[in-house]
Ligand binder design. Structure first.
Ligand code: CAA
Length: 260
């Protein structure tokens, strides 16, 4: 598959996807949207791949949002009838059961911040800046910003950011629970790939189940979440990798995973 707006490469069991419109600060136009869906579907379908990293090209931006130039002339009916950005929730967030990391290398604004928050976790460069400035364009977040940012950082900060459009730097983002870790910009991609390789080296089904469990905590009540966790844990005990992992521990040797 060849792409024009993104770069896709594999590093062992890790797929590295790079948004590649640096002159437009990696703004998310409809071609980027379609190509990302394809790239994530290919990653998910490839058994040799265990984890993905999404980053932006250049030092300045992960993505500065949905493409404003493309949206400027678009009639409201097109947004509504095309169900603008519904695709990513269904075909990236829901359809990608393997873990993936956003490596945020600069501005992550509007749809860029929302895309980063779709990842299983965010690693931020020390230069990263997050924001939902849509209000300054006469609109509001449209790809999950009002929901995921609020869940990540709480109502007070999310409300302030959405209402003023102010940006949050990497340190504040880490302090607020939006990002897992801060990494110097120069090391960001290598660190993210290394982290992804660690995850890809884990027993595959256990990695997918761990991801599902943590996501369930965002979407359900405690009693239901605990029940689901117990059942998923119990199901994992039937895997070959559970037998191998526990035998390897007892026998004091490295486990050899089968991914089943
Ligand atoms: N869409 C299209 N083009 C964009 C863009 C965007 N979101 N963000 C930046 N660009 C383009 C600029 O137009 C400029 O292109 P030209 O050289 O052709 O003029 C180029 O990228 C560089 O940008 P700037 O000259 O503005 O760079 P800067 O360093 O002065 O400012 C910035 C950087 C603060 C990020 C500024 O570019 C900016 O505010 N961008 C828009 C951010 C924004 O409002 N994002 C939300 C979009 S709406 C959305 O995402 C909707 C949704 O939730 C679904």
């Amino acid at each position: 598959m060849s792409y024009e707006t993104i770069l896709v490469e594999t590093r062992g069991a890790v797929t590295l996807i790079t948004l590649n419109r640096p002159k437009a600060l990696n703004a998310l136009n409809s071609q980027v949207c379609a190509e990302l869906v394809e790239a994530f579907a290919a990653f998910e379908a490839d058994d040799t791949q265990g984890c993905a990293v999404l980053t932006g090209s250049g030092d300045k931006a992960f993505a500065a949002g949905a493409d404003i130039k493309e949206m400027a002339e678009k009639p409201a009916a097109d947004f509504f009838l095309g169900d603008f950005f519904a695709d990513w929730q269904a075909r990236i967030v829901r359809a990608t059961r393997k873990p993936w990391i956003a490596a945020v290398n600069g501005f992550a604004l509007g749809g860029g911040c929302e895309l980063a928050m779709m990842a299983d976790f965010i690693l931020a460069a020390d230069t990263a800046k997050f924001g939902q400035p849509e209000i300054k364009l006469g609109v509001a977040p449209g790809m999950g910003g009002s929901q995921r940012l609020t869940r990540a950082v709480g109502k007070a900060k999310a409300m302030e950011m959405c209402l003023t459009g102010r940006m949050m730097g990497a340190e504040e983002a880490e302090r607020s629970g939006l990002v897992a870790r801060i990494v110097p910009l120069a090391d960001l991609v290598e660190d993210a790939v290394k982290t992804a390789q660690t995850i890809a080296g884990m027993p595959r089904m256990a990695a997918m189940v761990n991801k599902e469990m943590v996501n369930i905590a965002f979407e359900t009540g405690l009693e239901q979440g605990l029940l689901t966790e117990r059942r998923l844990f119990q199901i994992l005990t039937a895997t070959q990798d559970k037998a191998e992992g526990m035998a390897a521990f007892v026998e004091k040797r490295q486990a050899v995973w089968k991914g089943r």
